[in-house]
Design a protein. Structure first.
Length: 421
């Protein structure tokens, strides 16, 4: 095994440690211990509703804690093939909402509408929930919501700004879940995929107050240059809603049970266990992938003492082409294309902890100093592919796609830069 092969093996080991640390069942167990749910009123029922990529695992743990629950429902993405005996398990589209998601959203609202003041609703929220439960307001179609989602993704907006807009075009986001459940109290346990752990942005904040207002959503779309391309029904809804003042959010208790930072710390511990000097460089690697690549390259050029440099965050890609890929694949490819003259032996991994990067079956990319030669040997032009946002094809040609199954969790993205001593 070459030194590069060893580094690649180590990078994957650290990525796996990050995913393991975000185990949804452990997170729920810890949360229920730290912030227990009060006993229901006499005759009261318990509703367990899990939403997101980690929904089945989170619900499974909650069912163990509440075996006599009146209802147990999980909504996750199509790629999650988990099974859960005794629960209703629905799957929907991600990152683009689909009809299955619309039906799942209606099922959630039907359950919540049956809850009374004597009952309690336990919500288990994880990343991906925003797309999984499209519940457009009257007059807005699912097709229009999907178009809005495409526009938000292509504009390169960060997750907070995207969710600010999404919340204003939904009956469940931005506290809508709690309003649907009222008068029953809601106890929510959240696994964060958002950098900074703003609860309003996790799954577009179904159990917390909205990030902004309809007026601010309009301003966001306008500043991004996509207001005129936004479907007419959505523009009409936002223009009418900007004059409304929603009432205060009903009774809810929100508890954060897992995050990107916890996974970075697990990676650091795993690196130290195999004898690597290590440092967490940043837990906020955000913004455009081209800028993020420069941050990584600056560390590679400096060649500091640590041999394992760790990053966490969630970057964005402004689409200019028609290729396939995702933010992690493009970040990895950009690092590889901009580091050809660096003599050090290095490996860089960028991956989504959910196991899915963009609309592809890859979790991200795992590149090294031999990536560009391998792409060229495969008869591909990396410059052309990158200009077309076709990072998937480029990394596939090099054998550098990071492939995992859907992990059943999501705490945003992690990056590993390993430099040979």
């Amino acid at each position: 095994m070459t030194q590069i092969d060893t580094l690649r093996t180590q990078a994957r080991l650290l990525f796996d440690a990050a995913v393991k640390a975000a185990d949804p069942a452990h997170a729920v167990r810890r949360g229920l211990t730290d912030v227990p749910v009060p006993a229901p009123k006499p005759g009261g029922r318990t509703f367990l509703i899990a939403i997101g990529k980690a929904a089945p695992a989170m619900l499974g743990e909650a069912m163990t804690a509440f075996p006599d629950a009146h209802a147990a429902l999980a909504v996750t993405h199509h790629e999650n093939d988990a099974t859960l005996e005794g629960a209703e398990l629905l799957r929907a589209g991600h990152p683009v909402p689909d009809e299955a998601g619309a039906r799942a959203a209606q099922r959630v609202m039907d359950l919540l509408s049956n809850a009374t003041a004597d009952d309690r609703v336990i919500a288990l929220i994880s990343g991906g929930g925003s797309a999984l439960l499209p519940a457009p307001p009257p007059g807005v179609s699912l097709t229009d919501k999907a178009r809005l989602n495409d526009l938000l993704l292509s504009a390169g907006l960060d997750i907070v700004k995207m969710n600010l807009v999404r919340q204003q075009v939904s009956l469940l986001k931005g506290g809508g879940f709690v309003r649907q459940a009222s008068p029953a109290p809601v106890y929510a346990y959240l696994l964060s995929d958002v950098i900074g752990d703003d609860l309003r942005a996790i799954a577009s904040g179904p159990t917390v107050s909205p990030i902004g207002t309809a007026k601010e959503a309009i301003e966001t779309l306008q500043s991004a240059g996509i207001w005129e391309a936004t479907p007419t029904s959505i523009r009409t809804h936002l223009e009418q809603a900007q004059h409304d003042t929603p009432p205060p959010l009903p009774d809810v208790t929100n508890t954060l049970v897992g995050s990107n930072r916890l996974s970075l710390e697990a990676m650091r511990d795993a690196a130290q266990e195999i004898g690597l000097n290590t440092r967490i460089v940043s837990d906020a690697l955000t913004g455009d992938v081209s800028d993020a690549a420069k941050e990584v390259l600056a560390e590679l050029i400096a060649r500091p003492e640590p041999t394992a440099l760790l990053f966490g965050g969630e970057t964005t890609v402004k689409l200019t082409g028609t290729g396939r890929g995702g933010r992690n694949q493009e970040l990895a490819l950009r690092v590889a294309t901009q580091a050809p003259e660096i003599a050090a032996k290095w490996v860089f991994l960028s991956g989504g902890t959910d196991g899915r990067d963009g609309p592809t079956d890859a979790a991200g990319g795992l590149v090294d100093s031999g990536t560009l030669p391998r792409i060229k040997a495969a008869g591909q032009d990396v410059t052309v592919l990158l200009a077309n946002n076709d990072s998937y094809a480029a990394l596939a040609a090099a054998g550098d796609l990071l492939m995992t199954r859907a992990t059943g969790t999501n705490v945003a993205d992690v990056q590993v830069l390993l430099i040979a001593p």
